[in-house]
Each structure stands twice: as structure tokens, then as C-alpha cells.
Design a protein around this ligand. Structure first.
Ligand SMILES: [Zn+2]
Length: 215
């Protein structure tokens, strides 16, 4: 199966193929968003969805102790997670977030044949929103520890890779710094500024208002 990189319109939940443009314009509702802003949202949502949903599901299924899978999320799940985060930062009601996430699943499935998966919209939204708001503090010690370990290990690995790419010398201090930076990233997890989510689900909300007015 060819991997198609998709981009999500945060106003109407439409998905389009990523053609690498610096300003993304939705062909469906004409919403415009700069690449840097989109990537900030996407990257934050990806972390929240992986560690708040995918790894949580993994550790809640009580896997054997020595199993350390590298869990990635597909576009459908990532975009639904983005909707969950957008609901809080972009100030949208739970119903709007759910409607948005449902649209995401349909739109991604329509774009990528055979890539359809069954996620419970409610569960994705609930888990990702909880991670955004509370991190893992409300989870059981076993699940919490598992998720944290995966986060730190991955963050450190990426840190050391960057050092290696720069050709810098690898010392005991490098190891310590990698560990410190990973710890800080785990605690801080700074979300994108609210302005990044301006217009979130605006087209979905408009559609719902129009439908309600007809009733
Ligand atoms: Zn759109």
C-alpha cells in the first residue's frame, strides 16, 4: 500500500494530500493556515495521541514486561486526537469535537483505501483530552510508569541522534543532558498557543447551526 501523507483542515475536517505548500488552503471550505502553525498543532496532537491514547491502550492491556513496541499512530487517529486537543484549546463543545472526529474517520477512509480502522471516537477524545489536561497523573502506577518510560527513552534517543548527526563528541555530560532534557519535556509538554486553533471546527459548527435552524 502506498503511504499518502495527508493534511487535515482544522475548520471542516476535510483531508487532502500534502503537497508541501507553505500555506495550506482547504479546497472544501477555503480555510487557510500557515505551514508552521499547522505543524505546531500536528506535532503536539501526535504526542498527545501516541502517549495519551495509543501507549495507554497498550499498557492497559497488560503486556509482558519486556515488550517495548514503538507505537506510531496513523492519520485517522492522529487527526481525531487533534480534534480532541482542538476542542479544549480551540474552545469547542464535546458534541462538536465528536462530530469533527467522526468526519475525520470518514474522510481518511475515503482517501486511503483499505486503511480504515475502528476506533471509538469517544474513547480517543476522552483519553487524549485527559492527557492534555492531566498528563498521566490519574492513571494507575503501572500504566503511568510504562508511558513515562517510553516517552523518556524515545526523547533521549532522538536527542542523542541529533548530537551524533552534528558530529559532536559523546561524553558522560551528553548522557546527563539528554536525560535532563527528556525529563523537562515530559513535565512541561507546552501546548500550542490558543491562536493556533483559531477557526477550529468553524465549518463544522456552521453546518450544525444551519441544520438546527432548518429543524
Ligand atoms: Zn476545510
Amino acid at each position: 500500500m502506498t503511504r499518502v501523507k495527508l493534511i487535515l483542515c482544522i475548520a471542516c475536517a476535510n483531508v487532502v494530500r500534502d503537497r508541501g505548500k507553505s500555506v495550506l488552503v482547504c479546497p472544501e471550505c477555503h480555510f487557510r493556515i500557515g505551514r508552521a502553525r499547522y505543524e505546531r498543532i500536528r506535532s503536539y496532537a501526535e504526542t498527545a495521541t501516541r502517549f495519551g491514547y495509543a501507549y495507554r491502550r497498550h499498557f492497559e492491556s497488560r503486556p509482558p514486561k519486556n515488550v517495548h513496541p514503538s507505537i506510531s499512530v496513523d492519520d485517522a487517529l492522529l487527526f481525531a486526537g487533534l480534534a480532541a486537543v482542538g476542542g479544549i484549546i480551540g474552545n469547542a463543545s464535546y458534541d462538536v469535537v465528536k462530530a469533527f472526529a467522526r468526519r475525520v474517520f470518514l474522510n481518511v477512509a475515503a482517501k486511503i483505501k483499505g486503511d480504515q480502522r475502528d476506533y471509538e471516537v469517544e474513547e480517543v477524545v476522552e483519553y487524549v483530552q485527559e492527557y492534555h489536561t492531566h498528563g498521566v497523573s490519574n492513571l494507575s502506577l503501572r500504566v503511568r510508569t510504562g508511558i513515562r518510560e517510553e516517552f523518556l527513552t524515545e526523547y533521549e534517543a532522538q536527542f542523542y541522534l541529533r548530537i551524533k548527526r552534528r558530529g559532536a563528541r559523546f561524553t558522560g555530560a551528553t548522557l546527563r543532558r539528554g536525560r535532563e532534557e527528556a525529563q523537562r519535556a515530559w513535565i512541561e509538554r507546552p501546548p500550542p498557543p490558543p491562536a493556533d486553533f483559531a477557526g477550529f471546527a468553524s465549518a463544522v459548527r456552521r453546518r450544525r447551526r444551519a441544520r438546527n435552524a432548518r429543524k
